[in-house]
Design a protein around this ligand. Structure first.
Ligand code: ADP
Length: 260
């Protein structure tokens, strides 16, 4: 970030350059702090499941555990290892996105087709809670996107909508066709998000409902990934929500047949 090239040309410019250098240094410090915060967060996120796995495995190895406790400990070990697996996959996904420097080559994608693929994948989890997923009426719609990345966006939003909703509720996907864009909504009638947390939910590792996120194997990275992908595709993301009522997560993408 700090440019090595000499910039000073004359006195007036010199003062300007000093200011720019100060700006560069504070930007560099900010990025450095973000990087070390991120490493600290990842370490913390990994430490918790590792401690649980080690603790329960030690107790089992010590013997003297009845059948019921054995089953419980093994289940916890299994669940914690799933959580670690989720975390590693999400971290890899983020690092892949960053390595491509947010550069993706969008192609024409059938929005409905990708949505159906995502719904098929989350159906078993929805069925467990008897949650109904409603799909948009209008099906023929093409957007500029990258199919696997768009699939990931739908998977993350649908998974959240299911996890943070009560059994037997509805998750509803709709879209508004605008002049040049499509605005896609994933709505639920779940627990919602308090107003003060709304600006932070797309941050890495920010969780509103810590216990619930943990119980569902959440990593705190799902929405950060959504934001990264949608931004790389040239769109925007947002959320409207009311505590106890439900949430409406939305994102926009460019329409294929949009007027220039
Ligand atoms: P997580 O893996 O914890 O779900 P996300 O990045 O996907 O992480 O979401 C961040 C946090 O935002 C979650 O921990 C949860 O508290 C909140 N959240 C996300 N989606 C919803 C939703 N549909 N309803 C209520 N809260 C949500």
């Amino acid at each position: 970030p700090i440019s090595a090239a000499p910039r000073m040309r004359n006195k007036a410019d010199g003062r300007h350059d000093v200011l720019m250098l100060v700006n560069d240094v504070s930007e560099w410090r900010r990025l450095e702090r973000m990087r070390s915060d991120f490493v600290a967060n990842v370490s913390h996120e990994l430490k918790t499941p590792i401690a649980a796995i080690r603790g329960f495995a030690e107790t089992l190895l010590d013997g003297d555990v009845d059948e019921e406790a054995r089953e419980k400990f093994l289940r916890t070990i299994y669940e914690e290892s799933l959580r670690m697996g989720n975390l590693v996959s999400d971290l890899l996904e983020l690092s892949k996105l960053e390595a491509s420097d947010s550069h993706v080559d969008p192609v024409a994608v059938d929005l409905y087709e990708v949505l159906v693929r995502a719904v098929d994948r989350v159906r078993p989890v929805a069925n467990e809670k008897e949650i109904t997923i409603e799909l948009p009426r209008e099906q023929r719609l093409h957007v500029w996107a990258e199919p696997d990345l768009l699939l990931q966006v739908f998977l993350n939003l649908l998974t959240n909508a299911i996890h943070y909703s009560p059994p037997k509720s509805r998750v509803c996907v709709t879209w508004d066709v605008l002049v040049d864009r499509v605005k896609v909504h994933v709505k639920d009638n779940g627990i919602g998000i308090p107003k003060e947390s709304l600006p932070r939910v797309f941050e890495r590792f920010y969780r509103v409902h810590k216990d619930r996120s943990r119980a569902s194997g959440g990593t705190g990275l799902g929405l950060a990934i959504v934001k990264h992908i949608v931004t790389a595709l040239g769109g925007e993301v947002g959320v409207e929500s009311e505590e106890g009522k439900g949430s409406d997560f939305w994102f926009t993408l460019s329409r294929l047949d949009a007027r220039p």
